[in-house]
Design a protein around this ligand. Structure first.
Ligand SMILES: Cc1cc2nc3c(=O)[nH]c(=O)nc-3n(C[C@H](O)[C@H](O)[C@H](O)COP(=O)(O)OP(=O)(O)OC[C@H]3O[C@@H](n4cnc5c(N)ncnc54)[C@H](O)[C@@H]3O)c2cc1C
Ligand code: SF4
Length: 521
């Protein structure tokens, strides 16, 4: 059987692993852009040294990021100074955007090339509009986590968000994170279904060969310790378990004679076709939607792309919090989850206790002894950041439609309903106040769109036009399965990366598993 997976991001890797585990060798067709050669050379050079031997020039080079200078907006995460993993309009796939452009990627590994690697399983309350049982998704989350580097501990988060592993691997907490966690443990009562906190769950390698505590997580990991799906793609390709082809930009899919014709542009821009028995489409929500609209032809349908919103806010701590930087991991260190009166969905808060971009913005990455530097250092000693995320029910949307060859998108910003905003801000304030901190809301940067998008072709029990069944198929399509977040009915605030890997694994497993229990469940 000839099976193809389109894409190499997180959604694709779930499907690819399920195929391989069911004894099938799939073809993977991908655009697959990679980091610029000069940057790769620098990374290879630094990879062979310990961080203590990096020069300040090395650090400047890998962390260069001009978006930090844009005072009015949240800095954009770059990878070693490159934005190559964010997709842009090109002559074969034009995009015209009104307002901000929704995120998509043409990179090998997709957006996971530069993501945060924060994961939580979904809570039932946040996916109650899904046609899939939440216990079933949990089962697949566990399969996914068993096969990945995963830093997690058994703590208060587990009251609602099971850790799903018996592995005991965890990152060392920084001094700041330990102090904050200690205060939370002493002052804030854990309450199932209401208020939870604990150490951040991260897909990061904590072994001796893994994280080297270099303090530069926000610019990409020189030691390749933060998981990205291209790691697995390369491993599977090397083992001969998949066939991987980059420089294939898929344009459309046509079902004929029980086969699927995949039409794509090759690296010279020439249109070609290949036939497969089944297609698992994982080009990311935006590009999968585009491929489907191209395939349906002549449709003028305006589709709604959901997103998760939220805000970033600095927090002032009454007590000074020692800074470990640069010998520290700077991914979010703690998670805080809360719900409650008029907060139907979980609000997901990532505590970035140690953040090098903040130090960069304050100009504190080099030691100076003048008055202004001392004042800034005092501010840094009393400040940390929170990244607060809401469910897609409380966020803006994008309109997506195809006009000729151009994908037109329009951002419709919408902030959470006033009651949600007020309740969530107040509850966050009361929790933080108990631990001697206050969020500085006047400096909060609200974000009505985010890097988390999906929901254009949602899965339904009884799918209508532009909706999919539980196996990601549109009406009238038998062998084209959409397996990325385009089929998510809604997006939980509590991260979506794990959920997308689990759901795409589930779809493939349901089709190919020889295990009767899986097929029947
Ligand atoms: C800075 C940042 C931080 C993030 N942090 C987190 C986090 O901490 N936790 C979390 O859960 N999520 C996070 N996310 C979101 C998460 O990374 C994305 O939701 C996820 O990676 C999307 O995966 P995907 O496979 O669906 O799509 P993508 O990552 O977009 O991958 C699409 C793949 O398809 C290929 N492709 C695209 N179009 C075509 C085409 N026409 N033909 C052939 N191939 C094609 C691309 O080359 C790519 O391989 C973050 C995102 C960003 C940008
Ligand atoms: S601190 Fe971050 S960037 Fe540095 S080695 Fe560890 S995971 Fe990688």
């Amino acid at each position: 059987m000839d099976i193809v997976v389109i894409g190499s991001g997180l959604s694709a890797i779930g499907a690819v692993k399920a195929l391989v585990n069911n004894g099938i060798k799939p073809t993977v067709l991908d655009v697959g852009n990679v980091l610029e050669e000069d940057k790769k050379e620098l990374i290879d050079k630094l990879h062979n040294k310990v961080p203590a031997h990096w020069t300040s020039k090395d650090r400047e080079q890998i962390t260069s990021n001009d978006t930090v200078k844009n005072k009015g907006s949240i800095p954009k995460k770059l990878l070693f100074g490159s934005d190559y993993f964010y997709g842009k309009s090109n002559s074969y796939a034009k995009v015209l955007s009104q307002g901000s452009m929704p995120p998509f990627s043409y990179a090998k590994g997709g957006l996971s090339a530069g993501w945060g690697a924060a994961v939580l399983p979904a809570s039932q309350i946040d996916i109650k509009d899904w046609p899939i049982d939440h216990n079933e998704l949990d089962k697949y989350c566990q399969i996914i986590l068993d096969d990945l580097p995963y830093s997690s501990v058994e703590d208060g988060l587990s009251l609602n968000f099971p850790r799903m592993t018996h592995k005991n691997t965890q990152l060392q907490l920084s001094t700041r994170a330990s102090i904050l966690l200690d205060k939370l443990n002493k002052k804030v009562k854990l309450k199932k279904d209401d208020t939870l906190y604990g150490e951040a769950r991260l897909l990061v390698d904590t072994t001796d060969n893994g994280c080297q505590y270099c303090g530069e997580c926000m610019s990409g990991c020189v030691y390749n310790s933060i998981y990205k799906s291209s790691n697995d793609i390369e491993k599977l390709q090397k083992n001969g378990e998949i066939e991987y082809f980059s420089e294939h930009l898929v344009h459309r899919l046509v079902e004929e004679d029980n086969k699927v014709l995949v039409e794509f542009f090759d690296k010279n821009g020439i249109k070609q076709t290949k036939k497969f028995d089944k297609v698992f489409l994982a080009a990311g929500a935006v590009n999968s939607t585009r491929i489907i609209l191209n395939s349906l032809k002549n449709t003028k349908k305006d589709l709604k792309l959901k997103t998760r919103g939220g805000f970033v806010v600095p927090v002032f701590s009454f007590k000074s919090l020692p800074i470990d930087w640069p010998v520290v991991n700077t991914q979010p260190s703690l998670f805080l989850e809360y719900r409650g009166d008029r907060l139907e969905h979980w609000v997901h808060v990532q505590v970035a206790s140690d953040n090098e971009l903040l130090l960069k913005m304050l100009g504190l990455r080099t030691m100076q002894n003048n008055f202004i530097s001392k004042l800034k250092r005092w501010i840094a000693n009393h400040t940390y950041l929170l990244l607060v995320n809401y469910h897609s029910d409380h966020s803006g949307t994008y309109e997506v439609k195809l006009e000729g060859d151009t994908l037109k998108t329009k951002h419709n910003p919408a902030y959470p309903q006033f009651k949600v905003l007020m309740r969530s801000w107040w509850k966050l304030f009361t929790i933080l106040f108990k631990i001697g901190s206050i969020p500085i809301y006047p400096f909060a940067k609200l974000n009505s769109g985010s890097y988390h998008v999906g929901g254009t072709l949602p899965m339904k029990n009884d799918p209508q036009d532009f909706e999919t069944d539980k196996l990601g198929r549109l009406k009238g399509m038998n062998n084209i399965h959409i397996v990325d977040t385009a089929v998510f009915p809604s997006l939980p605030g509590t991260t979506i990366g794990l959920l997308m890997m689990a759901n795409s694994y589930r779809i493939v497993d349901k089709i190919f598993s020889k295990d009767k229990d899986v097929k029947n469940s």
